[in-house]
Write a protein that binds this ligand. Structure first.
Ligand code: PXP
Length: 244
């Protein structure tokens, strides 16, 4: 097991199922603890403005019970910044948010509102929160992230995963090489490299070949495959892929 590679499990969709009936089942806390017991390195939740899955109270509870880091995905709004400062997760991953989207559709635009981004990244960091930026894999974004002084980069793997699902080998290799080039460049510039979005066993196994990628954040596939195999075995299977 190579402990310098990490798996973060995004449990948003446990809340999606819970909210379908409005009760307390399945329990977010239980899901988080099972993931940690199976060997996950961190728990990720995305508190969206519309609170369609995770609620603020879930984040409060998770922060109380987790002995491993909590990674809070959020849009950089005034309300969310204040919430993060109150909760103090170990990590904040800044994502773009659009009310109508089914899930986060693309990376963050680092060129709009540069001053606002910079000021608030610094503000979160001053409370000992490490900030990562969820971005599309291109060099221009990394150069801008350097100016923003973020701690980590989370590379959006959605495009790569979609292409891979369609079995388009040539296009998949092109996208893979793009991620690799960006990961290498970002590592040289002292960023911790994370990746996420749309990952499954095959895409995680392939991207694991890029040694600069240190953290994999996986949500939807883990929760959905758990229906068939159970949460712990699915997390354990990803750990084998990522840490071996
Ligand atoms: N990383 C980020 C920044 C995300 O926004 C998401 C989706 O919430 C994920 C990782 C997990 O993506 P998926 O649910 O497709 O595995």
């Amino acid at each position: 097991m190579n402990t310098s590679y990490r798996l973060g499990v995004n449990i948003d969709h446990v809340a999606t199922i819970r909210n379908a009936r409005g009760g307390m089942h399945p329990s977010i806390k239980k899901a988080a603890l099972e993931c940690i017991e199976a060997g996950a390195d961190s728990i990720t939740v995305h508190l969206r403005e519309d609170q369609r899955h995770i609620k603020p109270s879930d984040v409060v509870e998770l922060k109380k019970i987790l002995k491993k880091p909590l990674n809070l995905e959020m849009a950089l709004t005034r309300k969310m910044i204040n919430f993060a400062i109150k909760i103090r997760p170990a990590f904040v991953c800044i994502v773009p948010e659009n009310r109508k989207e089914l899930t986060t559709e693309g990376g963050l635009n680092l060129f709009n509102n540069f001053k606002y981004l910079k000021k608030n990244i610094q503000k979160l960091q001053s409370y000992n929160i490490k900030v990562s930026l969820f971005i599309d894999p291109n060099l221009k974004n990394i150069k801008q992230a350097i100016k923003l002084n973020a701690n980590n980069i989370e590379l959006h793997t959605g495009t790569y995963c979609k292409i891979l699902e369609k079995s388009n080998k040539k296009k998949a290799l092109y996208e893979f090489n793009k991620i690799k080039k960006v990961a290498k460049f970002a590592t040289k510039n002292n960023f911790g490299i994370h990746c996420g979005h749309g990952l499954n066993y095959l895409s995680a196994k392939n991207l694991k070949k890029i040694k600069e990628i240190k953290e994999f954040n996986i949500g939807h596939f883990i929760i959905s495959d758990s229906i068939f195999y159970g949460l712990k075995p699915v997390v354990e299977k990803f750990i084998k892929i990522i840490k071996n």
